[in-house]
Design a protein around this ligand. Structure first.
Ligand code: FES
Length: 222
């Protein structure tokens, strides 16, 4: 077992656990917008930043990625962390001003507006990559991925073509925390709409769940 402190209290954790996992297990709130138990951590949103202290040195780390270490002292709340979370959520609010998921998290963090300008107010995608991770890690398909860099980065089908490995299971729409991916069934067809692409499938050929049963096999939704 590994001994650590979180906000001054002593805890024990198993090797390999992340700070976020330990905090969650003990009911300590750390905000997250890109974590789901169904997929591996990715560190996209940076909301989960905490301060750690080892051997007298302090630094900020993403708690969803950072594994616990013997003697680690973790702070989940202080002025430095609050400022970072405020900036991160303001940037996300500017990126996705209409996203209810982002708005709800902002409210939780006491942020009501963003000091940053919104370039594309209709955008709902935070680039959390939950959709691409569930497609590759759970469904085993990699039908969608994050493409381009910087402000052009987005979720897309390979080469923006509708020739795709997608099996229309809907796992990406199900896991998307912001409603950026939509799935509709009607007239014998299933249509999946990603931020920049749309594909329709004949419903008779569509599985009722991903090959391994996702999302029915989940114990909870974070
Ligand atoms: S939850 Fe850690 S970066 Fe998003």
């Amino acid at each position: 077992m590994i001994n650590l402190t979180i906000d001054g209290k002593k805890y024990q954790a198993e090797e390999g656990q992340t700070i976020l996992e330990v905090a969650n297990r003990h009911g300590i709130f750390i905000p997250t917008l890109c974590v789901d138990e169904a997929v591996s951590a990715y560190g996209a949103c940076r909301l989960c930043m905490v301060e750690i202290e080892r051997k007298g040195r302090k630094k900020l780390v993403a708690s969803c990625l950072y594994e616990v270490e013997e003697g680690l002292a973790v702070s989940t709340q202080n002025e430095r962390i609050a400022n970072i979370r405020k900036t991160v959520i303001e940037l996300l609010l500017a990126r996705c001003p209409q996203s209810e998921g982002v708005q709800a998290m902002a409210k939780k963090l006491g942020v009501t507006c963003s000091r940053f300008e919104s370039e594309k107010p209709e955008n709902l995608c935070t680039l959390c990559a939950l959709c691409t991770r569930v497609c590759s890690e759970v469904v085993g398909k990699s039908a969608i991925s994050l493409v381009s860099r910087g402000t052009s980065r987005e979720v897309a089908l390979p080469y923006y073509e509708d020739k795709t490995d997608c099996i229309a299971c809907g796992s990406c729409a199900y896991i998307c925390p912001t409603g950026a991916i939509k799935m509709e069934d009607g007239n014998g067809m299933r249509t999946i709409t990603w931020p920049n692409c749309q594909v329709s499938f004949n419903l008779s050929a569509v599985p009722s769940a991903a090959p391994n049963g996702f999302p029915k096999n989940r114990s909870s939704i974070s």
